[in-house]
Design a protein around this ligand. Structure first.
Ligand SMILES: NC(=O)c1ccc[n+]([C@@H]2O[C@H](COP(=O)([O-])OP(=O)(O)OC[C@H]3O[C@@H](n4cnc5c(N)ncnc54)[C@H](OP(=O)(O)O)[C@@H]3O)[C@@H](O)[C@H]2O)c1
Length: 218
């Protein structure tokens, strides 16, 4: 699949881009500056032996069938505004956790209750928005030897869009779990500060969550 990563020059973008490229996807690393996107794509490609393309964020959206937005919450609104007209009817994934540094271990409910709900309000009516990957550490994503034992909870109002993203999540070496409507992003985003607290309390790197008791995998 053609995947565009908006803000793909950062920590999550690096790990996601490389893992998806290794799984055979055609990945485009987006940036606010085209030259930075091109340079980072070349750097990641050389480091991990993959072939990533790069450019600006709108080019990443134009390239993609599936768009993933990986920017800090402080950049969330301007980023969604800048790509709003480039999203069309593609599946767009928001992985933002609306933490308020330096208090990253404490739940911060933004004005719109969840970053993903704020993103929906910024996109055109009917945008196929899903949210997920809030609990997956960039350190683990960027370590090709790391085998995940946690799940990715995926929410969104479009069932097909959720299923599309869940199938791509499996190519990261993770199990995607359908977590219902986009409003449930309030719960998913809020879990990350809890995991960050657990990391510090138990000296873990990238603690995750695993859903038990699932009987059907389809
Ligand atoms: N890091 C993790 O382990 C982790 C885990 C789960 C979820 N998340 C979520 O994933 C998202 C990305 O995290 P990250 O650690 O990958 O972020 P990051 O490395 O700090 O930043 C990602 C990219 O966002 C762009 N950016 C940074 N500041 C910006 C600004 N003020 N305005 C516009 N763009 C800006 C930059 O791209 P350009 O300069 O190239 O435009 C940067 O390379 C966050 O919302 C975070 O909550 C992170």
């Amino acid at each position: 699949m053609k995947i565009g990563i908006v803000g793909g020059t950062g920590r999550e973008g690096r790990g996601l881009g490389v893992r998806w490229a290794k799984a055979g996807h055609d990945v485009f690393i987006g940036s606010r500056q085209a030259e930075k996107g091109i340079a980072k794509a070349a750097e990641f490609s050389e480091e991990f032996g993959v072939a990533l393309r790069g450019g600006d964020n709108v080019a990443a959206c134009d390239h993609a069938e599936l768009i993933v937005v990986t920017v800090p919450y402080s950049a969330h609104r301007p980023t969604f505004e800048s790509i709003r007209d480039a999203v069309d009817d593609k599946v767009i994934v928001d992985i933002t956790v609306p933490v308020k540094p330096p208090k990253v271990r404490s739940v911060n409910l933004p004005e719109g209750q969840a970053a993903a709900l704020e993103a929906r309000a910024l996109l055109h009516e009917g945008a196929r928005l899903v949210a997920g990957l809030h609990h997956i550490s960039s350190e683990h994503l960027s370590d090709p030897a790391h085998a995940f034992d946690c799940d990715v909870l995926v929410c969104g109002d479009d069932k097909e869009a959720r299923a599309t993203f869940i199938s791509v999540v499996s190519d990261l070496g993770l199990r995607g779990v359908d977590a219902g409507v986009l409003k449930n992003a309030i719960a998913l985003e809020s879990l990350t500060p809890v995991l960050l607290h657990i990391n510090r309390r138990y000296k873990s790197v990238g603690s995750g969550i695993r859903i038990t008791g699932i009987l059907e995998t389809e």
